[in-house]
Design a protein around this ligand. Structure first.
Ligand code: FAD
Ligand code: DLZ
Ligand code: SF4
Length: 530
């Protein structure tokens, strides 16, 4: 038993009165309504924000992504200071920068004689594990609060998932619609159907006029971040200039407004369309802002719902957009936290190939891949179908190792944080989780890309040719993928038609598929341009 000291009550009260609470805000927690700021005391508490080498380099993030996060962090710190909070902000190149969250917290505890830390739970497993060591490591209370910017708590998701054989997004999404009473007519879905995808996903038509995307003006704060990135991260992938992302909440609200008024109407129709030279299409380009906290997911969904009730946008577009935000976004986060840390090691198809250098912008004759990589390099953005059906589809059918593919996707997109990137890559594109997230692999031949884009017109390969050196590689890689993974995939009900077709394929055709695939991989391994 410890010895009780007789400490006078007034002393305890005085100590509580003077104690300094540190409130750490991470680079993806830039929300004024953050749980860790809920009860902040302007007179005593110190808000800690830090640009740290560890975070900027645990993978070699795209240059634009780093400039975006740093500039948004600096603007957010300024807003807090203007509101009267005391903020300790450490820039990356400050002399005393300790280089890690842990090091910066330790420095702040010593400097401010802090007696408690308050933080909102990290969005990523890696960082949360670190946070969980702080209480013992620093010997003071650490209050880790849940992140109520997400629409579904961990407990709710686990309860929904518990006992289900299959965790299909569609059913989860309906629960979320009900929970937030969104697009409902009484207890029925607006318009009578939960999902209007059958009306969406039209191929691009000639003469589509795509509105200009939101672009911000670069002020001195952003300019400093751009120069810092050029100086410190010159060997990272991607173009930092021109820089046009929103870096404050006001700017992000402007981008949201622009999407609702100028793009939402066509969002559903052309959600899957890809047009050469049109990287932004009718997508919202809001993921960066939602993921780092400048916008909340529910406000984006509610703005779209309002546009429908005001007759500004059709139901197929509005429902489609809302499904991405309240359905897919929450669902992938739920899967991530349910399945980590094992999820990061999944490789159900035992894929082993290294990531080809064409993903870093080296020359390729495959025009679809070349366009998507080039746009990714310029913008730290590619829209969903480019990620899924071009970059992801190739990674799947070429049998690229999940670690290599995950690292690439985590690096190159400004919206990439592991909680959302990993399930999309390991689950949605690679089927490496064996079917937890999706019911079948999204493998497709060149015909799909040709139907949904105009890439094939400018390609050295012929999408109409199935075999031979001029044939579109997606055509034979698709069949080789099905043959290679037959033991694992043949039993999948949703692939029964594919395997029936394979069974009908004559032997010469199977041999041609295998020969073409062998030749293609050999060229890839030799460093030839494929
Ligand atoms: P829109 O098409 O306008 O969609 C609206 C919003 O819905 C998005 O802003 C996003 O918040 C949400 N959303 C849509 N689809 C998804 C999805 N599958 N998962 C989660 N949220 C979704 N999204 C990320 O935010 N970060 C990632 O690192 C990421 N990696 C991906 C990797 C792969 C291989 C694939 C196939 C998808 C990935 N996505 C990721 C999902 C999706 O592609 C992006 O959210 C979307 O392209 C962002 O652009 P947007 O804001 O214009 O989206
Ligand atoms: C992405 C990123 C980068 C590049 N740098 C920082 C940083 O220096 N400081 C910071 O607080 N956050 C950064 N982030 C965002 C974090 O990676 C993100 O907040 C955590 O991974 C969440 O788990
Ligand atoms: Fe891509 Fe094949 Fe079309 Fe070329 S022909 S753009 S490789 S799908």
């Amino acid at each position: 038993m410890g010895k009780h000291l007789d400490v006078p009550l007034f002393f305890v009260e005085y100590w509580v009165y003077i104690m300094t609470v540190l409130r750490l805000i991470l680079g993806d927690q830039l929300s004024h309504t953050l749980s860790s700021l809920a009860d902040v005391d302007k007179d005593k508490d110190i808000i800690v924000m830090c640009e740290v080498w560890d975070e900027a380099t645990y993978v070699k993030h795209h240059k634009k992504k780093i400039a975006f996060i740093f500039s948004a962090m600096r603007h957010f710190a300024l807003e807090l200071t203007e509101k009267g909070y005391e903020v300790q902000y450490t820039k990356l190149d400050d002399d005393e920068n300790a280089g890690s969250f842990c090091g910066e917290i330790k420095r702040a505890i010593q400097k401010h004689k802090a007696s408690k830390i308050v933080v909102t739970e990290a969005s990523e497993y890696r960082v949360l594990q670190d946070m969980l060591t702080w209480q013992d490591g620093f010997g003071l209370p650490v209050d880790i609060r849940s992140d109520d910017r997400f629409l579904c708590t961990h407990e709710e998701f686990n309860a929904w998932a518990g006992g289900r054989k299959q965790m299909r997004m569609e059913y989860f999404y309906r629960e979320m619609r009900r929970k937030y009473n969104i697009l409902l007519d009484g207890d029925k879905p607006e318009g009578g159907s939960w999902n209007y995808d059958s009306e969406n996903r039209k191929p691009p038509k000639e003469g589509l006029v795509v509105p200009d995307p939101y672009t911000s003006n670069v002020n001195q704060i952003t300019q400093d971040c751009i120069e810092l990135v050029e100086d410190k991260f010159g060997d990272h992938f991607g173009d930092v200039r021109p820089f046009y992302f929103a870096v404050t909440r006001d700017q992000a609200l402007h981008a949201l407004d622009k999407f609702i008024t100028e793009r939402l109407t066509n969002f559903g129709d052309y959600q899957d369309a890809m047009v050469q030279g049109e990287p932004w299409m009718y997508h919202s380009h809001l993921s960066f802002y939602i993921n780092c906290g400048l916008l909340s997911p529910i406000e984006c969904a509610l703005r779209a719902e309002e546009a429908y009730y005001d007759d500004q946008a059709p139901l197929n577009a509005v429902e489609g957009f809302i499904r991405q935000i309240v359905g897919w976004r929450e669902y992938v986060r739920g899967i991530y936290w349910l399945k980590m840390p094992e999820y990061a090691k999944q490789n159900a198809l035992e894929a082993t190939r290294k990531l080809p250098t064409l993903y870093w912008g080296e020359a390729t004759h495959m025009n679809c891949l070349s366009q998507c990589v080039q746009e990714t390099k310029e913008n730290a953005y590619a829209h969903h179908i480019q990620r899924l059906m071009v970059l992801g589809n190739f990674a799947l059918i070429a049998g690229l190792h999940p670690d290599e593919v995950n690292e690439w996707f985590l690096i190159v997109y400004a919206d990439a944080f592991e909680w959302v990137e990993l399930p999309n890559v390991t689950g949605m594109i690679l089927f490496a989780d064996g079917g937890i997230l999706g019911s079948k692999p999204y493998a497709a031949s060149g015909a799909y890309i040709n139907r949904m884009s105009n890439y094939c017109k400018g390609c050295r390969y012929s999408v109409a040719k199935k075999n031979g050196p001029d044939a579109c590689p997606f055509n034979y890689l698709y069949w080789d993928f099905m043959i290679r993974n037959e033991t694992t995939l043949r039993g999948n009900q949703r692939l029964s038609m594919v395997y029936r077709n394979l069974d009908r394929m004559d032997e010469d055709k199977v041999t041609a598929v295998k020969d073409d695939t062998r030749r293609f991989f050999k060229a890839l391994e030799n460093g030839d341009i494929v």
